[in-house]
Ligand binder design. Structure first.
Ligand code: SAH
Ligand code: SF4
Ligand code: F3S
Length: 481
């Protein structure tokens, strides 16, 4: 856990330490001096804006970047007119990628108006060689480029840029290191993501993540527990444990620990109210995990279980290591143990070679499982992955139609399920005063849906019982009981 460091006690006239995290504390202190000079000259502190393009892991990385910038003395801003703009990029699908190029054009205009402005690009997209080459060639106004493995080095790279005045590029292919105890600045006071592992070893054939996030590495359980204990002391009620495949947590530690064992330890943390996790891979969802979830008072009875496709043939081509039948049997096993559990999923439409029959298998799984909600994606070809080499890419028009049919089915089921729960009393974690009406608060149910009900700010961060009076499709109007 990061305990606020006393930057004044660091001698910045000495050579930088070689050990982490001390080295970064040193560069934070160095940058802070330069930022103070900026403040004296301009009569204000500089502003910084971080834009996050990707998943929860990307968001958590952004909180770490912001933590470092705040220590340095930057004021947080949500406007891209800030003095320092960082794009934390995603490359899981082509459109995430294109968005970044589009917005870089806009940043260039900003920079012409504010020549002191700094622009940094980091995250998954930067782990792709062709992307970095393009930026170095056609987007010369970018100041700092770094990747996913060295995100903790922001202060050092920023200092380097401020001293040299030149573009700084620092990219690593992979790393075995995990640097602990760096600052971070949470987006929400009462809930937080917590990384339990980094990287992925699964190589699903469509997916670029293993190439840009490197090999699987687990954090030590004691570091995780220490971080969560600190978060709880700081007002956090709910945590989301993050990893690309949490079910393989701990396998490569010196003393192996299973994900289920880790959950049992986290359950003991006093004051912690809710535990969520994502993403478990269906191929190794153990009975031990089901048992731990069942007996837990804190783990939300909601499972995000990406199916990707309902066709066993496609699943094999996707390298997912389970069949349609195995997936359905797993859902059944989880439901038998916890009848109140709700499921959400991820689905890809239009994987190479997907036929109408394959697609119907996917619809069949959706109807059988009855997901609370699902993230649906149109297959996007990612250079370097196995699927990109496959023939039979499905024509756009066909994919579009399938996508609409799928969405329609999911929305229908989702509305039915929400309706079925009308009248029930459930527990909600109160997150905020309702944006539309000051007399109402907004709470999150165990299954992730929102409920709005009469209440005041004193409820924020608390778990309360709420009667779900009226379903509004994707949320409820409720009443405190
Ligand atoms: N590790 C998680 C998911 C990470 S990526 C898991 O295994 O479930 C999040 C989602 O993006 C995936 O579940 C998948 O549905 C989608 N996705 C990944 N690569 C994609 C691609 N090339 N095209 C379309 N969707 C993709
Ligand atoms: Fe991608 Fe598969 Fe790893 Fe998830 S498990 S990140 S889909 S390769
Ligand atoms: Fe996440 Fe996108 Fe990277 S989904 S892991 S930010 S490629």
């Amino acid at each position: 856990m990061y305990n606020k460091i006393d930057l004044d006690r660091i001698d910045i006239n000495l050579a930088p330490p070689l050990e982490e995290p001390d080295r970064q504390y040193y560069f934070i202190a160095k940058c802070r001096e330069l930022i103070r000079e900026f403040g004296q000259k301009n009569g204000r502190f500089p502003t910084a804006c971080i834009q996050t393009f990707g998943c929860q892991m990307n968001s958590r990385d952004s909180e770490k970047l912001l933590g470092v910038l705040k220590e340095i003395g930057y004021q947080e801003s949500d406007s891209e007119e800030a003095d320092f703009v960082i794009y934390n990029t995603c490359t899981v699908r082509e459109n995430a990628n294109l968005k970044v190029y589009g917005r870089l054009g806009f940043l260039q205009t900003r920079k012409k108006k504010n020549p002191n402005m700094l622009i940094a690009l980091c995250g998954c997209m930067m782990q792709e060689q062709q992307v970095v080459e393009k930026i170095q060639k056609s987007y010369r106004f970018v100041d700092i480029i770094f990747g996913t493995h060295n995100i903790y080095k922001l202060a050092e790279l920023l200092y380097q840029r401020m001293q040299s005045g030149k573009m700084v590029v620092d990219l690593w292919k992979d790393t075995a290191n995990i640097v602990e105890d760096l600052p971070n600045q949470r987006k929400y006071p009462f809930k937080s993501g917590v990384n339990i592992m980094f990287g992925c070893n699964n190589f699903c054939s469509y997916c670029i993540v293993p190439y840009v996030r490197g090999r699987e590495r687990s954090r030590n359980p004691q570091d995780i527990v220490r971080e969560i204990t600190g978060l709880v002391a700081d007002g956090v009620s709910e945590i989301m444990l993050l990893g690309q495949n949490v079910n393989s947590y701990g396998k490569n530690l010196d003393k192996p620990v299973s994900f289920a064992e880790l959950l049992k330890e986290i359950e003991q943390i006093e004051g912690l109210k809710r535990i969520r996790f994502m993403t478990p891979h269906p191929k190794d969802f153990s009975n031990e995990l089901i048992e731990v979830m069942k007996s837990s008072h804190k783990i939300c009875k909601q499972v995000h279980l990406p199916v990707q496709s309902g066709s066993s043939r496609i699943l094999k081509l996707m390298n997912r290591h389970y069949t349609k039948e195995q997936y359905l049997a797993l859902v059944e096993r989880i439901r038998t143990a916890m009848p109140e559990v709700s499921f959400t999923t991820d689905i890809i439409v239009g994987f190479p070679g997907e036929t109408e029959e394959d697609f119907e298998e996917t619809l069949d799984v959706v109807k059988k499982v009855r997901f609370d909600s699902a993230f649906t994606f149109i297959y996007s070809k990612r250079t370097g992955t196995l699927a990109a080499e496959m023939e039979d890419q499905v024509p756009e028009e066909i994919v579009g139609k399938r996508f609409d049919r799928l969405l329609h089915e999911i929305q229908k089921i989702s509305a039915e399920l929400t309706k079925e729960r009308e009248g029930k009393i459930e527990t909600a974690l109160v997150e905020e005063i309702n944006v539309q009406s000051q007399e109402f608060v907004t709470g999150r149910l165990s299954n992730n849906l929102l409920v709005h009900f009469k209440g005041d700010a004193s409820l924020i961060g608390k778990l309360v019982s709420v009667k779900l009076k009226e379903s509004k499709g994707f949320y409820y109007i409720g009443e405190l009981v």
